[in-house]
Structure formats: C-alpha cells, structure tokens
Write a protein that binds this ligand. Sequence first.
Ligand SMILES: Cc1cc2nc3c(=O)[nH]c(=O)nc-3n(C[C@H](O)[C@H](O)[C@H](O)COP(=O)(O)OP(=O)(O)OC[C@H]3O[C@@H](n4cnc5c(N)ncnc54)[C@H](O)[C@@H]3O)c2cc1C
Length: 357
Amino acid sequence: MEKVYDTKKHCNGCGVCAKICPVNAIKMLEDSEGFKYPQIDPELCTDCGLCQTKCSAKSELKKVEGNFYAVRCNDEELLRKSTSGGAFSLIAEEVINEGGIVCGAVFDENFKVKHILSEDISKMRKSKYVQSDLDDCFDKIKVELESGRKVLFSGTPCQCHSLKVFIGENDNLIIVSIICRGVHSPLLWEEYKKYIKGNDELKAYDFRDKRRRNDAHTIAYTVGDKETAVTMSEDSFSKIYNKCLSYRPSCYDCKYCSADNDFDFTIGDFWGIEKFMPDLYDGKGTSLVITHSENAEKIIQHVKEKATVIECTKEQAEQTALKECAKESILRKLLFKDLGESQDGNKIPLILKKYGQ
Ligand SMILES: Cc1cc2nc3c(=O)[nH]c(=O)nc-3n(C[C@H](O)[C@H](O)[C@H](O)COP(=O)(O)OP(=O)(O)OC[C@H]3O[C@@H](n4cnc5c(N)ncnc54)[C@H](O)[C@@H]3O)c2cc1C
C-alpha cells in the first residue's frame, strides 16, 4: 500500500493507523505545514489493509439527535478559568469522583498543545486553537479501560471519532466532543511563539481571556514580566484563525459540523444566548451542552447540583460550526508558502500584516 489516505483532506492525523499496523510500517511525520500524516514504509508493508479498516475517515459516524442545555457553573472562580460556562470541568469532575481519569488538551512546558491523561484537569481548561498532538494517549486510554476504569476523553470531533473507532463500544468511555471550526497549524504556532517571545520567556498564553467581560474575546499573554491583552478583533493571529487561513486541510472537508452525533456529549460556547436568556448574557460565558447518550443524561442531572442548567431547543442553539465547515481561501496556500520560507519567526511580522488584517 502506498498511502493510508487518498487526499490530505481525509486524514485528521490521529495516528490510529500507525498504532495498529502489525508490522510497524507506518510512521506519523510532519509535512511542510506542520501537520502530521502517516507515511508507509513500502519495504515493511504487507498490504494487510488493517490501517484502512480502522481509519475514521472511512467509518460512518452515527447521527444521534441529542438534548440541548445552556449550562453555567455556580463557582465564579471555575467559571473565570473556563472558556465558556465550565461544562467540561463539571462533566469531568463527575467522572473523576467515580474513580475515573480524564484525557484532554494542555499546553506543555514549551506551550506546545498536546493531550495528556490525568486526574488533575486544571491545565486542560481553556481552548487552545492549535491542533493538539494525541501522542500515545489512545493506547493509554485502552489500558485504563481494560483495567475497568472510567475514562473521559475530550477533544475535537475528528479526534473523538478516531478514538471511538479505535476502542469500539465501551460503557466506561465517556466522549466529550468540542464544537470545532478548525485547528491552527502547530508550525505556525511555533513560529508565532518565537516571534512574540523574542529572547525572553513566554510564561502564559490565553486564547480566551475573560477579564474584560467580553465573552472571552480577548487574547492575553505574558512574556518576561510584560503582559499583553488585546481583543480578538485587534489581534492579527486571531484574525488568521477567524478567516480560516491556517487550518488542517481536513477542517475544510469536515464531516462533523452537525449537532447530531453518537458521542456522549457535544460542548461549545452558547452563542446567541442574549436572544432568549438575557440574564446569562453578562460576558462571563455560558456553555452549550448536547447530551447524546443515557450516560451523558445521568451526568447532566448530577451537574444540576453545581450549575445553572436550562433545557433549550436545537433552533436556539444553532451556530455556524454545527451547520457547515470552514471554507478554504486561496490565501491559505500563499500563507503556508510564506511560512515555509520563514526561519526563527522572521517572516511572522509579514504574515501577520499580509493575512491578519
Ligand atoms: C480548536 C477549537 C475550536 C473551537 N470552535 C468552537 C466553535 O466554533 N463554536 C463553539 O461553540 N465552540 C468552539 N470551541 C469550544 C469552546 O471554545 C470551548 O472549548 C468549549 O465551550 C468548552 O468550554 P468549557 O468552559 O466547558 O471548558 P474549558 O474548561 O475551557 O475546557 C476546554 C476543553 O477543550 C479541550 N481542548 C482545548 N484545546 C483543545 C485542542 N486544541 N484540541 C482538542 N481539545 C481541546 C480541552 O481538553 C477541554 O476539554 C472550540 C474549541 C477549540 C479547542
């Protein structure tokens, strides 16, 4: 076999094919845009086809209609530390209280985005708009499940689907899919970090800061002792994201832009809440939570003890990322061409100026 995927738009980089290859013929390698893809060693490949059968791009996702809720945690401190209404933490705490473990996306010590397994979810909070490296998390999840432990996985819908195909049905696995419009290239993020930190140390980065009570539409980061906080509409790096110029190719052909799926939960920002729950429109954030399973419904009933939970309709919860996927602009190719010529962040000012207007 030459390739696991037919086009890059059909590979989300989950790495399941590499994990299950019986002769270790597949390696996950970064391309020139910084996204990982499987590469087959033709010398080792026996054409068994297993990689094809476990590829989520080739597997149908069941469309299950869910129940819709607006959720906001009562704990003001937790609300401040969360991107939306704190739904992720509320759900994760239920699983941890039952002896479970959580897998979610964190910044590592170099502010690379990666998934880890832990009972401590503090670093998993907050959206990081860069593709997260799943590393060996799926194998670790399998081991935990085999020991009879509950595991909560939270990630983008494509990651959730890959995990579901890898593990199969398992009542102890709770899958929380994040509503997602697309993920920034890890390479662009690396170069951008080099640029903003210069010779100093990047100490903090928050894609969704809430201090200005503007529904977390502020970016805040600290380099050395200096903190910078700008609204997304003033921030060129955010504008590149919002214009969908830096996403993984599969984001432009995403089959998960729907409110219906068979994960346990779908969570996101409750955009448009001002139209029918004006009391919750105060810039502190509210989560949209969709439950698709009995397990999820049980958890949401427990969550009511620690949060405002209001049932709502599918129409009230509508937003673009649940209807259609991001459109690819001709500028995307040009951006990555410019990035390819960049060294040590020196092209980043040009990229920000050219594409982040
Ligand atoms: C790339 C991306 C795009 C998004 N796009 C939308 C959108 O279009 N519409 C919308 O309503 N919501 C979107 N969200 C979701 C939203 O920003 C919040 O993450 C979500 O509402 C959860 O908020 P919270 O307060 O419950 O949780 P928080 O406590 O803030 O938890 C954040 C959760 O997101 C996960 N996460 C963070 N970064 C990543 C990553 N890079 N990859 C995978 N998982 C990650 C963590 O594991 C954690 O579970 C997006 C999130 C991401 C990461």
